[in-house]
Design a protein around this ligand. Structure first.
Ligand SMILES: [Mn+2]
Length: 325
């Protein structure tokens, strides 16, 4: 990893202004790693900004919103309408926690800045951003926070209480509570963030959810069922459910006794059905999602199916499982 950090530092040395952008609906992994990166850039003597949408703030809980407000003394947030004020020859865009053009928060920004660096931890997709100054993906990393924390440590940066706590919360989300994709290195990073000031009580408040959200999910879980002895499945009854919601339900089903693999299926759009799949490791959910045009990891995969009903997708998954189990 040191080679990456040396290379990254070398590429960054050519630019004065650095704009950091993550994926749509940035979660705490995206937000935390963006902030951690800005602290590193500050130590390098660079001017850095996080491109962020104010309309997104509503989806965070009150503690996250308060933390974002406090951190404004240290981090410069930029909004699409103020972007052109900082654009210039010496500007580079760092795309963090995502690598596909259509999944970044503001795809049009990729047309405005031609020097781009991509850093991600997801499995490489064909629609990745091309012609970059540096393109790095490590899908063995638990989270973007893990990679940025290593960089912060390498560079000797003081992250401070708020940012290191947001980063630790981000890592907890991406690993589903230090269960998925968690290695020895993940815990080393958690220890590093704790020694940088991350506070576990503060972290809990950042991760709190509303009772309404909890009950909505509980209703879905109530309608879930187990078949083949070890497959958990939930078909969300609502129209227009969110991808994140499917992921949360699939993850939750995996907590139940005997469940080895789980699937959450829901209508994402008028003609798009989404599936989120999770596994303890023995059942390869990536292979199953690939058969429906999706992809991912052995333990964490997803797909989107066009012009099929939720029922049809449910049947397809059951048929595939029937063949392999
Ligand atoms: Mn992430």
């Amino acid at each position: 990893m040191e080679t990456l950090f040396e290379k990254l530092t070398e590429v960054l040395s050519k630019y004065q202004n650095i704009i950091v952008m993550s994926h749509q609906n940035p979660d705490l992994d995206a937000v935390g790693s963006s902030m951690g990166l800005c602290q590193i850039l500050k130590k390098m003597g660079k001017k850095s900004y996080i491109l962020f949408s104010q309309k997104d703030l509503k989806k965070y809980n009150s503690s996250v919103r308060k933390a974002l407000e406090k951190v404004k003394n240290e981090i410069d947030f930029l909004y699409p309408d103020t972007l052109k004020d900082v654009l210039g020859d010496s500007t580079v865009l760092i795309v963090l926690d995502v690598h596909q053009k259509d999944r970044v928060e503001y795809p049009e920004v990729l047309d405005q800045i031609d020097k781009v660096i991509v850093l991600d931890h997801h499995i490489k997709n064909n629609s990745y951003i091309k012609d970059t100054e540096l393109f790095y993906i490590d899908s063995t990393m638990s989270s973007m926070v893990e990679l940025i924390s290593h960089y912060a440590k390498f560079y000797g940066v003081n992250l401070g209480v708020i940012i290191s706590t947001i980063m630790l919360a981000g890592m907890e989300i991406d690993t589903n509570g230090f269960n998925l994709k968690t290695t020895e290195k993940t815990f080393e990073v958690a220890a590093y963030l704790t020694s940088s000031g991350a506070d576990s009580v503060f972290k809990q408040t950042l991760l709190k959810e509303s009772k309404d959200e909890y009950l909505r999910r509980a209703d879905f879980i109530k309608s879930s069922f187990v078949f083949h002895k070890n497959i958990g499945m939930c078909v969300l009854p609502t129209l227009n459910c969110k991808k994140e919601e499917l992921a949360e339900v699939a993850e939750e089903l995996l907590n139940f006794e005997y469940v080895e693999a789980s699937f959450a299926i829901g209508q994402l759009d008028e003609n798009v059905v989404g599936v989120s799949a999770r596994s303890m490791g023995d059942i390869n959910v990536c292979d199953i999602m690939k058969k429906l045009g999706g992809g991912g990891h052995v333990t964490n995969a997803a797909c989107q199916v066009i012009d099929k009903t939720v029922k049809e997708v449910e049947r397809s998954i059951k048929n595939i499982l029937g063949e392999i189990l």
